[in-house]
Ligand binder design. Structure first.
Ligand SMILES: Nc1ncnc2c1ncn2[C@@H]1O[C@H](COP(=O)(O)OP(=O)(O)OP(=O)(O)O)[C@@H](O)[C@H]1O
Ligand SMILES: [Mg+2]
Length: 295
């Protein structure tokens, strides 16, 4: 193996991911290998497919810090890089000690993994700052000076493929400077394991909730379906709701109420659909029960 201060412990990363993440072994191996080789990553997948969970486990496994940033329209270059403390500037003028580093500056100086969620929502000028850092591994901050990236600094950008907000011009440059790993929905067994671990709920309820969210993803009346989070929520709510109603078991009304609360806000109706989302979700919950052979 090449001796390189920027190398990351890919084997340790994969070991931790195997302990903490359900399945996703291939993705863990490829992301770990790419990070270890000094590459930056685009993790592309719909919401709730375990992108953050995987990356946290990989970062813990390699012992480098993870700096997590939520990408949105308010993530200006200043927020990302940092700013001079205004009140101290008034009394002491601009000094390096008055600089409050933002997540990019921290990640570069600590040699961290900078994880930007929802990268495609970030304003273009902020993306340009990141692209500059990827090319140069340093940046110049006015009145603060040069910030150099430690060898282990990497960028991981998460993107939702359904969410193409005005980034068409910038993304080719990002893809050119990084490697892309797709995170699609997991298979039914893996989703059951995810929901079972997250909730500790009864197996038949877990199976039904997973089947229901899977039906939402290619249901003719829905434009956007629910992630595994919908199934986790349904199972957790159903358990609590049964207790609130003084019941030992999750019966049909409890299950339906839990499914309504868990799923109606997470799915999006198709344009031509005129009936309410509540009816669609109840139908899906019943269909899931019928398919699994229980009411
Ligand atoms: N493979 C998995 N192993 C363990 N937990 C998982 C897995 N996939 C999803 N989860 C669970 O599902 C939920 C959503 O996962 P996570 O937040 O990692 O998704 P994400 O891809 O980062 O979503 P978003 O795009 O919305 O940020 C979490 O509760 C997480 O624990
Ligand atoms: Mg995430």
């Amino acid at each position: 193996m090449i001796k390189d201060p920027g190398r990351l412990d890919a084997v340790g990363m994969v070991r931790t991911a195997r302990e903490r993440v359900v399945a996703r072994v291939r993705e863990a191996e490829v992301v770990a290998a790419a990070l270890s080789a000094g590459r930056n990553i685009v993790l592309e997948g719909p919401p709730g497919t375990g992108k953050t969970t995987l990356l946290r486990a990989l970062a813990d496994g390699t012992g480098v810090p993870l700096v997590l940033v939520e990408g949105n329209a308010e993530l200006t270059p200043t927020r990302l890089i940092g700013h001079h403390d205004a009140s101290r500037v008034l009394t002491e003028d601009y000094r390096p000690e008055n600089f409050v580093p933002g997540p990019l500056t921290r990640a570069m100086t600590e040699g961290a993994l900078l994880y930007v969620e929802e990268f495609n929502r970030v304003p273009e000028e902020t993306m340009n700052v990141l692209l500059g850092v990827l090319s140069e591994r340093e940046m110049h901050v006015p009145r603060f000076g040069r910030v150099a990236a430690r060898p282990t600094f990497r960028l991981v950008a998460a993107m939702n493929p359904f969410d193409a907000v005005g980034t068409a011009r910038i993304t080719p440059a990002l893809y050119d400077r990084s490697c892309r790993v797709a995170m699609g929905y997991q298979d039914e067994d893996a989703e059951r394991a995810v929901v079972g671990t997250a909730t500790g709920g009864p197996v038949d309820l877990v199976a039904r909730a997973v089947r229901a969210v899977r039906i939402t993803r290619d249901h003719p009346e829905l434009r956007i379906g629910a992630s595994v989070r919908g199934a986790i929520d349904a199972v957790l709510i159903a358990g609590e709701l049964a207790t609130v109603r003084g019941q030992d078991d999750v019966d049909e009304p409890v299950g339906e109420d839990a499914a309504l609360a868990a799923l109606t806000g997470k799915v999006t109706l198709g344009d031509a659909v005129s009936r309410p989302v509540e009816q669609v979700v109840v139908d899906i919950w019943r269909q899931a029960g019928e398919e699994l052979g229980k009411a």
